[in-house]
Design a protein around this ligand. Sequence first.
Ligand code: GDP
Ligand code: MG
Length: 425
Amino acid sequence: MKDVIIACVGKPSAGKSSFLNAVTDATAKVGNYPFTTIKPNNGIAYFPIECPCKRFGKSNLCAPRYGRCIDGKRFVPIQILDVAGLVPGASEGQGLGNQFLDDLRHANALIHVVDVSGTTDANGKETVGYDPIGDIEWLRGEIHSWIYGNLNKKWGQIVRRHIAVKASTAETLHNQFSGYGATLALVQRTLDRSGVKESMDTWEKETIRKVVDAFLDERFPTVIALNKIDLPDSDKNISKIMRKYDQNKIVLSSALAETFLRKLHKQKFVQYEEGTDNVQTKEDLPDSDLKPLDEKLQGRIEKVQDLVLYRYGSTGVQDVVLKAVEVLGLIPAFPVKSLTTFANANGKGVFRDCVLLWSGTTVLEFADIVHPEIAKHYLGAETIGNRKIGEDDEITLENNIICFKTSQATHSASSTSTPSNQVKK
Ligand SMILES: Nc1nc2c(ncn2[C@@H]2O[C@H](COP(=O)(O)OP(=O)(O)O)[C@@H](O)[C@H]2O)c(=O)[nH]1
Ligand SMILES: [Mg+2]
């Protein structure tokens, strides 16, 4: 069981740090989330989901332990890591090459931040008219070379051992890939995806490459954030990239616009609803406590509205995180003590905990994540309408509000323990 970690990657000056700042600087006061700290350059992002409190008329009572809930829009915390140091040749040790690649082992998914404006070259140096389309393949290529290189340099030895111990292909590969955080099941899915069925001792270099390719897809699901959409050349580059790559994995963003709007919101120059195009000023809300704007600031806000908000609907940074959660197939689940009040014994803590689960997590596994004691004394589980659900049933969006029955009182999510966004794969 581990926290979910999404890593921001990309060439220098693509906007990784700006993106991280834009997405982790929550405007509301929030609790300290008990994530394991890996590096100082990580942060917590809050992505919006529909909170069940709305459906059950409990929005005024909803009390998230972490994140917040505004009128049924719940902001769920997730850990984001800013991985610096990827430059061309990283897999051969350029830049912070190995450090960078080692950091990746912690990540469950990647956000590849691409400077789509064409104002920085392959090394992140300022330029004009650079074509960013190659950046997408380049990053994948660096990670591919790193993993392929590590396999290839000891391939003879790997195969000799494979034959000597009569291991299965999945077992032998698992030995090699476990250092990248791969489980045996993930290696099995990799082999299925690659379509490679030949015995390992007959694999050509091409076969190894094919397997590494499938491994990247399984191990590092990636969302592409086309960043700096506020700059003039972005338009033509976006359409070019959209034509070439899976549009389902691409999100448009302006980290700069988001940071700007959040700052103005904090300073009470505007009211800005994150993730929307809704920006209101003193002029729009004369009775509010907003400060009046001077002409210059007014002009800058209008520019952000014209270039980003009205054109794309939002600054896109929240959509990037949401998309990453989507490609990971994470399901939010709510352990509750009561299926009528959704509160704990003293009537407080309505929908207090929201746990992110990998798809395929069973009811009993969920019990164990909420608290091992619940799994140990597990008697059964019910969801809305007091409908019984089996311990081997998978948690889905239809049964994700769950009340566990136990044979003796346990510390549960709604009492003292702190389930983090722990997930099981
Ligand atoms: N116009 C514009 N500039 C941006 C945007 N995001 C980042 N930048 C600028 O790009 C430069 C590099 O950003 P930084 O976040 O340090 O990139 P990193 O090296 O990938 O971490 C900085 O000057 C940022 O202000 C954006 O969305 N629009
Ligand atoms: Mg940076």
